[in-house]
Design a binder for this molecule. Structure first.
Ligand code: PBG
Length: 347
């Protein structure tokens, strides 16, 4: 097998020869071997070790073909501490930091994340190489009840998300919300044991794990979703900051990852995350942000902030050109803060 470095040289020589001989761009495209030649060793995808994270990383691995890649699992702090709400363990970053460390240390080439779990600012020197086509973003009511209205008085509902808790209590103050952490299979096992009447999980996770169980996707009018829910992000080192051989490999990684991007999903999550960043990226505050295209050029962003017990809630919907996703996110964020009477509302 020809090493990728030697192949680079050969490719350059071929290009040089083609320039000299006046071969057209079309012929060059045909001469160019497939992207997998860059990797003497396969592209290493870092993932959390949970079953959902591994299934998501596998989606990226398959999408990357013909570039050869393998998945390297990492156990994160968020996976180890399961008896406390995420906000107490250190917020969303607990799922991400170990993967970022592996990227920066050169142990992995790219990291696959649920974008919902990424803070607004990630490790310096890294970037989002691609946001994949988004899965169904809705929350699901899992269990034998067909809808929130069908839950009996005082029913015990499992979730550890401050947003889901606040929204549930907003609609049904009688419900008893009980902490539920751990990977999806453990959560479902706890439901089946009878610890809860129902639990809330993301539809995206259930679909990606191909779990066949009873669930009802919840209407987004009642349960607006978290920023970037259902979106997968691939994070990598910014190749423009590297030097020498590292830069060559990081550029090859970038070139392999960037075609996986879905433009519309990227624009949606950009608006949602801009709103979240303007309000509070810490996930202490219940915040929903969900953007959708209303036509080819126009984006509508639905944003909501609630008090943690759901008794107070503010919601705004605005539209803007798809080229102004960040401005739209900030505009909705500003309006919500104004409605809520300022930053004092954010816990
Ligand atoms: N914090 C856990 C988490 N992060 C992303 C998902 C679901 C997959 C997605 O939103 O893409 C989940 C599980 C859940 O909310 O049920």
């Amino acid at each position: 097998m020809v090493s990728w470095r030697k192949q680079m040289t050969l490719d350059f020589l071929a290009f040089f020869w083609a320039m000299q001989a006046g071969v057209g761009a079309l012929d060059m495209a045909v001469m160019k071997p497939d992207a997998s030649y860059f990797f003497a060793t396969p592209l290493v995808l870092a993932s959390r070790a949970s079953t959902l994270a591994m299934a998501q990383a596998e989606l990226v691995r398959v999408a990357l073909k013909p570039v050869a890649s393998r998945i390297e699992p990492f156990t994160t702090k968020g996976d180890l501490i399961l008896d406390r709400p995420l906000v107490e363990v250190g917020g969303k970053g607990v799922f991400i930091k170990e993967l970022e460390r592996s990227l920066l240390a050169g142990e992995s080439d790219a990291a696959v994340h649920s974008m919902k779990d990424m803070e607004s600012d990630f490790a310096a020197g890294t970037m989002i190489g691609a946001v994949l086509p988004r899965e169904d973003r809705r929350d699901a009511l899992v269990g034998s009840y067909a809808d929130l209205d069908a839950l009996p008085d005082g029913a015990i509902v499992g979730t550890s998300s401050v947003r889901r808790r606040a929204l549930l209590l907003h609609h049904r103050p009688d419900l008893r919300i009980k902490l539920l952490r751990g990977n999806i299979n453990k959560r479902i096992a706890k439901l089946n044991q009878g610890d809860y009447d129902a639990i809330i999980l993301a539809v995206a996770g259930l679909k990606r794990l191909k779990l066949s169980l009873d669930y009802t996707p919840l209407d987004e009018k009642l349960m607006p979703t978290a920023a970037a829910q259902g979106a997968l992000a691939v994070q990598l080192c910014d190749p423009s900051l590297a030097q020498g051989e590292k830069a060559i490999r990081q550029q090859a990684v970038f070139d392999a990852i960037s075609p996986l991007a879905c433009v519309n999903s990227t624009i949606e999550v950009t608006a949602e995350r801009a709103m979240l960043a303007h309000l509070d990226g810490s996930c202490h505050t219940p915040i929903a942000a969900s953007a959708r295209f209303v036509d080819d050029k126009t984006l509508r962003l639905d944003g909501m902030v609630l008090s943690s017990d759901g008794s107070a809630a503010f919601r705004r919907t605005m539209t803007a050109s798809k080229d102004e996703a960040v401005a739209l996110g900030i505009k909705v964020g500003v309006a919500l803060l104004d409605d809520a009477g300022g930053r004092g509302f954010l816990a």
